[in-house]
Design a protein around this ligand. Structure first.
Ligand code: ADP
Ligand code: MG
Length: 396
């Protein structure tokens, strides 16, 4: 069964419950430090308002401990959204209850309101039907545009679909599905998958799903060291996940059998600690990482090799930084690869919270075809998991 989109709904004069992902990062003073997710939600909001819907937005925000906590209030998001839309965004200090019912009932066509953090209700993360029923009260249509939350079977994502007459995907959700699906397709294009980041265990399901579907897989970040160790290469004190060694060996064998080239770092930037002003040691190709030293970035020879593969690709999918990019000394590989991906004229897709931050830091995100708003959700999608939020729309 196909999912419905906004084009299938006649929303004029209707009350639309719009599930967004407004889970934005804050700086030390509690102000929104990056509004990418808010910007990404604007097309659907504007379309609904222009078509004359009364728009009731809802989102989770952070991880409050099962009750109201002002540190996790969405009020700041209502204010920022109001500025971005250049119109009033009414704020309701609860997401379910009498107050919310009253405001939803009174909301006029082409007006917009935002409900308080859904996770102030313990029922949200429990996919509680009672909460879902309350959220759906006075609602004509449900629209899900919260890709970043679709891997969670929560009340506002999954159960709510049982209580609304019609459910559809928003523009952002559709765009995410459209691009990330390209990454899963059989290799009709010259596809390069770049994987890096902290934990190899997180990325194994993606590798298993995409090996054989990409021509080249370039591996960097901490996860590279579990692979190198699996091949018997000395990696010093680099981060290794012993319990994943077997998985790595299996994936390398599978790649060989399916004709996917897996590249691992040849040279390394190493140090004893992850600190901004630590002594670094360059380990050239063919040399061993010293005991006590950690590999913290890919070296220049690896960067150049990866850059060439990216330059020749028709499609690039990237999740996970090549090194500890938060520290300048170890950011070179990630920054150069970001520039290489941005220079590629094919389809380029970036997923993962830290990778997106790295690409933003490199200043090239506007030259990427698709920067996913979903961290965990994009990983699960790439691993081939059917996301509960998408499943419930399809079944509706
Ligand atoms: P994403 O959020 O994009 O999915 P991850 O969370 O998997 O990415 O990984 C990002 C983290 O990996 C960063 O905080 C980075 O510092 C860390 N990292 C990258 N390379 C290394 C390395 N060689 N050793 C230790 N940590 C690393
Ligand atoms: Mg991360």
């Amino acid at each position: 069964m196909a999912k419905k989109s906004l084009s299938d709904l006649d929303v004029k004069g209707k009350k639309v419950f719009l599930r967004n992902d407004f889970n934005v990062p804050l700086d030390g003073s509690g102000a929104i430090s990056d509004d990418t997710r808010l910007q990404a939600s604007l097309p659907t909001i504007r379309e609904l308002l222009e078509k004359g819907a009364a728009v009731i937005c809802a989102s989770h925000f952070g991880r409050p401990k099962g009750g109201p906590d002002q540190a996790f209030s969405l009020r700041r998001v209502a204010e920022r959204l109001s500025r971005l839309l250049d119109r009033e965004v009414l704020f309701c200090p609860e997401s379910a209850g009498d107050r919310a019912d009253e405001m939803k009932r009174k909301l006029a066509p082409a007006e917009i309101m935002l409900l308080e953090n859904l996770r102030f209700n313990p029922g949200e993360t429990k996919n509680d039907p009672a909460l879902a029923g309350q959220l759906a009260r006075h609602i004509d249509y449900y629209v899900n545009d919260a890709f970043g939350a679709c891997h969670r079977a929560h009340a506002s994502i999954a159960a709510i679909c049982d209580f609304v007459p019609l459910a559809a995907a928003g523009r952002l959700l559709l765009k995410e599905i459209e691009y990330l699906s390209l990454a899963l397709e059989a290799p009709s294009k010259k596809k390069v998958l770049i994987l890096g980041g902290a934990k190899v265990a997180d990325k194994i399901p993606v590798l298993r799903n995409l090996v054989g579907k990409a021509e080249h897989i370039l591996i960097g970040g901490a996860m590279a060291y579990t692979f190198l160790r699996a091949l018997g290469t000395p990696v010093g004190n680099s981060r290794v996940e012993e319990e994943q060694l077997e998985n790595c060996t299996e994936i390398l064998a599978q790649a060989g059998a399916l004709g996917t080239e897996v590249l691992l770092p040849l040279d390394h930037i190493t140090a004893q600690q992850i600190e901004p002003e630590v002594t670094v040691k360059f380990v050239a190709s063919g040399r061993d990482i010293d005991p006590g030293m950690m590999g913290l970035d890919i070296g220049p020879e690896t960067t150049e090799l990866y850059r060439q593969r990216v330059a020749e690709a028709e499609m690039v999918v990237w999740n996970g930084p090549m090194g500890v990019f938060e520290v300048d000394l170890f950011s070179g590989g990630t920054m150069e690869l970001a520039a290489a991906v941005a220079a590629n004229r094919g389809v380029t897709i970036i997923g993962g919270g830290d990778t997106v931050a790295a690409v933003n830091r490199a200043g090239v995100s506007d030259r990427i075809s698709h920067v996913s708003t979903g961290g965990g959700a994009s990983l699960e999608f790439l691993a081939g998991v059917e996301l509960p939020g998408i499943k419930s729309l399809t079944e509706k």
